[in-house]
Design a protein around this ligand. Structure first.
Ligand SMILES: Cc1cc2nc3c(=O)[nH]c(=O)nc-3n(C[C@H](O)[C@H](O)[C@H](O)COP(=O)(O)OP(=O)(O)OC[C@H]3O[C@@H](n4cnc5c(N)ncnc54)[C@H](O)[C@@H]3O)c2cc1C
Length: 339
């Protein structure tokens, strides 16, 4: 039977929540395959979740309970800290014995690190950073961002070989966590010498903390966030003045502004910045990349100001203002006080 494999994201012995998104992505692929190939129910591709760990049993049982899918706990003796070397070796050994059509991992620092190498090991196709799964009469194809996230490219893999996919976090909504029927949990011990981890070509040394999340941003009810559309660093003063018009507010920013040194990392909203969920998020000159949206998608009301009426951020906004953001804020700041 054809299998869709999901590689659970485990870090420091814990299941990372993106694992539930991968399961949702796998279910979407299974549903499309059964629809397009007209596969009767009992021949539906089966979803199996692989949990690599030195002690996978408790994690595998939890995942099975949470998802109702079959889980394989891949026991890697002596495994303490993730490295791509170990993952590629151990997952390669396991998956070579299986017949997957699709292998799913998260497009996180971990998934991005091992997925292409694992694809190579398995002679599979590899598509990374998927933000949309599509299909037509000839089968499945995928959309992934290109050209610095300004466009999406549609990619169709060779249907006759397995494909390794990394799914962008924040795109596939996890199914509600109903504790379902626990399915089969198998624990497989990989043949891997107990000193193999020590002899791995990559030795993790230390994990350093990144600058901490911005508590001001986390606690703010209103966030005014600046993007590349503010055009120059000096215009951030205008954004601050705009934010000051609201109580319990803070200034956020998209990543390019941080990368260009215009504003500190503690202001960055997004998948590699702070994840926020304020009452109101005012996006000023932000295009709406999936990495930015992942950081503010739980906002109650999103207001976007963008001069491009087709900017993707408008698809995630409750109020869309098509305007030059600098002109808009100038006009707002000079409005007479209400009498
Ligand atoms: C692994 C990875 C992680 C990432 N993590 C993050 C993250 O955590 N957070 C994040 O933000 N990004 C992140 N990015 C970057 C992300 O892909 C985008 O490049 C970034 O979000 C785009 O920022 P932007 O919207 O400010 O700029 P752009 O995409 O350049 O958009 C600028 C927008 O401003 C509009 N505009 C221009 N001039 C004006 C004007 N005068 N008035 C009004 N509108 C105007 C334009 O129409 C455009 O829509 C990540 C990328 C990768 C690969």
């Amino acid at each position: 039977m054809k299998q869709i494999l999901v590689i659970a994201e485990i870090f420091k012995g814990r299941i990372r929540p993106v694992t539930w998104e991968l399961v949702a992505g796998a279910r979407k692929i299974a549903a499309i395959l059964s629809q397009t190939r007209n596969i009767p129910g009992k021949h539906l591709p089966c979803i199996q979740i692989i949990v690599p760990s030195d002690n996978p049993k408790p994690l595998a049982e939890k995942i099975s309970e949470q998802t109702g899918n079959a889980v394989i706990g891949l026991q890697i003796p002596g495994f303490k800290t993730y490295t791509s070397d170990i993952y590629i070796d151990c997952l390669g050994q396991l998956i070579r014995e299986m017949t997957p059509t699709h292998i799913l991992a998260a497009h996180t620092s971990q998934g991005r690190d091992f997925a292409p190498g694992l694809a190579l090991e398995l002679n599979a196709a590899s598509i990374s950073g998927i933000n949309h799964i599509r299909f037509d009469e000839t089968g499945l194809f995928y959309s992934r961002p290109v050209l610095d996230n300004t466009k999406n490219m549609l990619v169709r893999p060779d249907p006759d070989r397995p494909v390794m996919l990394t799914l962008m976090p924040g795109v596939f909504k996890p199914d509600s966590h109903k504790k379902g029927k626990t399915k089969q949990v198998d624990i497989l011990k990989i043949s891997f010498g107990s000193d193999a981890c020590e002899n791995s070509r990559i030795q993790p040394t230390k994990i350093l903390k990144r600058p901490c999340e911005n508590q001001a941003l986390k606690g703010a009810k209103i966030i005014v966030a600046a993007g590349r559309g503010v055009e120059k660093k000096e215009n951030l003063e205008l954004i601050s003045r705009f934010a000051d018009c609201f109580s319990s507010s803070a200034v956020g920013a998209s990543r390019p502004l941080v990368d260009m040194g215009w504003i500190g990392y503690e202001h960055q909203v997004g998948i590699t910045g702070t994840i926020v969920a304020p009452e109101v998020y005012i996006a000023c000159g932000i295009s709406g990349s999936s990495q930015h949206i992942a950081g503010m998608k739980d906002t109650k009301c999103v207001i976007s100001i963008n001069k491009n009426p087709t900017a993707p951020i408008f698809r995630h906004s409750d109020i869309c203002i098509t305007a030059d953001v600098l002109e808009f804020i100038h006009a707002f700041l000079t409005l007479p006080d209400p009498v």
